[in-house]
Design a protein around this ligand. Sequence first.
Ligand SMILES: Nc1ncnc2c1ncn2[C@@H]1O[C@H](COP(=O)(O)OP(=O)(O)OP(=O)(O)O)[C@@H](O)[C@H]1O
Ligand SMILES: [Mg+2]
Length: 362
Amino acid sequence: MEITRAQLTGFRSYEACELTPCEGVNVLLGDNGQGKTNVLEALYVCCTGRSHRTRQDRELIRWGAEFASVRVDAMRRDGSHEVEIVLPALGRRRIKVSGQEIARSGELMGHITGVLFSPEDLRTVKDGPAERRRFVDMALSQIKPAYYYALQRYARALKQRNETLKTIAVQPSYMAMLDSWDEQLSTAGAELMRQRRAYIEKLSRAAAETHRDISDDRERLEIRYLPSVTMGDDAQANMEALFTARETDVRRMTTSVGAHRDDVQILVEGRDVRAFGSQGQQRTAALSMRLSELDVMREQLGEWPMLMLDDVMSELDPGRRRQLVGRLKGIQTFITCTDAEDLAGAGVGRAWRVEGGALKQL
Ligand SMILES: Nc1ncnc2c1ncn2[C@@H]1O[C@H](COP(=O)(O)OP(=O)(O)OP(=O)(O)O)[C@@H](O)[C@H]1O
Ligand SMILES: [Mg+2]
């Protein structure tokens, strides 16, 4: 997949800008705080409907502006795709796919596909399980819109079950209502678990290979799914787990078991990199995971998604940089950097100077 044009209006530091990237390596060059990441963020919003930096749409709207909008045109094997997202300061966001306004947010998924590696990715490795679930959820939602809908169903049922648990504390007769929420939660949860297991198995295989290359054969990376329900990924096992947890859940007024408690373990040389990895090992593990996400997405989608690398080059030693650059062939890539020297050997196709929220093609 290739982005042929991107237009940002009132998005972060941009009043209005347009770029027509090439199919190879595109570079955004500029000093700190000039608006490089903002461009990648806008592209990422068109892939997933969400920013990687904030959940608040308002933060994406240029200060003082009435709305922010991003439009991305892409060429894929099956033809052209366009996504346009308008985020008004007041009111609901509007999304158009190929000119048609969509009714459900899931309809956005899978049109513009991309993988973003950013400094925030270190959190996937270092922070709590929520970050790792998000890593998996965002990739799977782009590959399979059905997964995104299952996530939504799950979140709704979970909210209702938790509310019911709170009601039970004052009205014990509401206990019977748990049955129906348990059932909905189990069906959606089982679907999430099955897809997560299959995805993480593929990811782990790809990541082992990527990591071996990037670390120059020095390190072994393994990614393991740690489901919250250990008896099985089916609805029945989820039902039983919820039933067993009922007493605890009523006491704590929250749901203690299910897909929202899943985790993913990342091991380097057989040890949990979260606890035992050095900063550099954690960074490389995060990079390997993103590059593997790219591989798995290609396998599933039948074509490469685009790749966005934010602030990556300067952090890698020359060997790792070479390995990374070697992988970019045939993949439309967007790279941000402050120093053009860091790009030696990257085969830059098109470059822009980013300054004070304006883009100038070099
Ligand atoms: N809603 C907004 N409206 C206007 N300007 C904004 C908004 N949000 C962020 N900015 C500006 O965008 C700039 C940050 O842009 P960005 O994160 O893209 O920088 P960058 O070029 O990636 O910098 P670095 O090299 O430090 O990562 C900040 O200077 C900030 O003032
Ligand atoms: Mg930045």
